[in-house]
Design a protein around this ligand. Structure first.
Ligand SMILES: *Cc1c(COP(=O)(O)O)cnc(C)c1O
Ligand SMILES: [Zn+2]
Length: 448
């Protein structure tokens, strides 16, 4: 409990700021209801306190995280299903379930989502999965990671709140997604990353022309710095997608749940394996599944949620195994840098969900991660970044340790593109042979 208390104390200054923001804006701003579609308020995940939709993220009563509350469409699920199916082939087909205006499709953004759900029969055979195995391949997004989904929703909120600079603290992929979305939507961007990220991530974050700042420290240092910036007048009209816009940002991950179920023919899978950095994606996928059940868009049945971490940054996995409900922060040391958050904000909620659904949280070593990247590439022709390697590696380990039932239908997420983390596999991946251009040399190499 001491750790949770310390975390809340650290958030205290920001929460106080959040209260002031609400007080200042309630009279001044007009009703922004239609701008947020079916969203009606922000509500505290801990105590249920409701506040108006605004660029705030912490509860004024208990400092718990705020999330978007909806007045979701009621009535005929069949009509809603048809409406969704006739929508665009991107996340905006789910606009009736997101905190965005109905005309969101007409605004400049990157239109992410509707990525492939690949039936992975070869990988299934190799892992002994008999109940059906799918890879939800989110490397197919505009900046090659799932982060385009969350940024798209945060961007709409930033537009509505009249914020001028789009920003974030990032482990790499988010910085690229923010840079690209800001470029397209005409925002200034200024993003913050740990100084020692992979070259692919740094270039991806810089190429869109926004400002990119490397911080001498790890992600948790970057995050702390950004929290200070928000509290300062410098950050007044800044939208930090994963800090003051975090409630909206989080909703983007629900679209993964929606797409998986729709692509399966409007039904729930039995099991989903999801990578954990801050834990936001995992908790919001669960939220999305719950909404589909409530709306009658899928038939209710039990499903299990599994979380995946790298051993070198596995605070949630460690807490799960120890039976704890608090997450003890760690100092990350892993090649899976996109998952290297040592103090994951949504860690306790991940534990709740894994336990409630009968899932688990596991971790794999960097070696197992690299082996899993190669396994997925060799079996399905999908080149995952290290986060995907961690997730597929954890799937393998869960089966081997009897924690995941291979006879049940399983979806595993690949959240990013291997081209951004070439260094992870380059030392052990290369040409089979280098030869002179003659048939004799080819024969000599034993390849004929
Ligand atoms: C950010 C990220 C995740 C998950 O992040 P959460 O903070 O847990 O939502 C997973 N995979 C990749 C590649 C990412 O960049
Ligand atoms: Zn609260």
């Amino acid at each position: 409990m001491a750790i949770v208390a310390a975390g809340k104390m650290r958030r205290k200054g920001l929460a106080v700021m959040a209260v002031q923001t609400i007080d200042n804006t309630t009279e001044a701003t007009p009703d922004t209801g239609p701008a947020f579609g079916p969203a009606v308020a922000l509500s505290c995940r801990e105590c249920g306190e409701r506040v108006p939709l605004g660029p705030v993220f912490a509860c004024q009563e208990c400092f718990g995280p705020l999330e978007v509350a909806y007045d979701l469409p009621t009535g005929d699920p069949e009509a809603l299903r048809k409406q969704i199916e006739s929508g665009p082939a991107n996340i905006w087909r789910y606009a009736p379930l997101l905190p965005v205006p109905a005309d969101v499709v007409d605004k400049p953004n990157l239109n992410p989502g509707w990525t492939k759900l690949v039936k992975a029969d070869n990988l299934a055979r190799e892992l002994g999965v008999t109940g059906g195995l799918y890879v939800k391949d989110d490397s197919g997004n505009p900046t090659h990671s799932f982060k385009d989904r969350v940024v798209a929703i945060a961007l709409e909120a930033a537009r509505t709140f009249g914020l001028k600079t789009l920003s974030c603290s990032s482990t790499g992929n988010l910085a690229g997604a923010v840079g690209a979305a800001a470029a397209r939507a005409g925002f200034r961007s200024c993003v913050f990353i740990p100084h020692d990220l992979e070259a692919g991530k740094v270039v991806m974050a810089a190429v869109y022309g926004g400002e990119l700042v490397g911080i001498e420290g790890n992600y948790d240092d970057v995050n702390r710095f950004c929290s200070e910036l928000i509290g300062d007048p410098i950050g007044e009209d800044w939208g930090f997608v994963n800090v003051n816009l975090r409630p909206y940002y989080g909703e983007g991950s629900k679209t993964l749940a929606y797409e998986i179920c729709e692509q399966l023919g409007w039904r729930l899978p039995d099991q989903i394996v999801i990578p954990i950095a801050s834990g936001s994606q995992l908790t919001k996928i669960d939220k999305g599944l719950q909404e589909l059940i409530k709306l009658g868009l899928v038939e209710e049945k039990p499903y299990k949620i599994y979380g995946a971490q790298a051993e070198g940054c596995s605070p949630v996995s460690a807490a799960f195994k120890a039976g704890h409900d608090v997450v003890r922060p760690v100092k990350p040391d892993t090649i899976a840098k996109s998952l290297a958050i040592g103090n994951p904000a949504d860690g306790p909620y991940v534990l709740d969900i894994a336990r409630r659904t009968g899932g688990a949280v596991e971790d794999v070593t960097d070696e197992q991660c690299v082996a899993a990247i190669k396994l997925l590439a060799r079996t399905e022709g999908i080149f995952a970044e290290t986060a995907g390697g961690v997730t597929v590696g954890v799937l393998k380990k869960l089966i081997e340790t009897g924690q995941l039932d291979p006879a049940l239908e399983t979806v595993v997420l690949n959240t990013g593109d291997g081209l951004k983390t070439l260094d992870a596999v380059a030392p052990t991946t290369g040409p089979t042979a280098v030869i002179r251009p003659t048939l004799a040399a080819f024969r000599e190499a034993g390849l004929a």
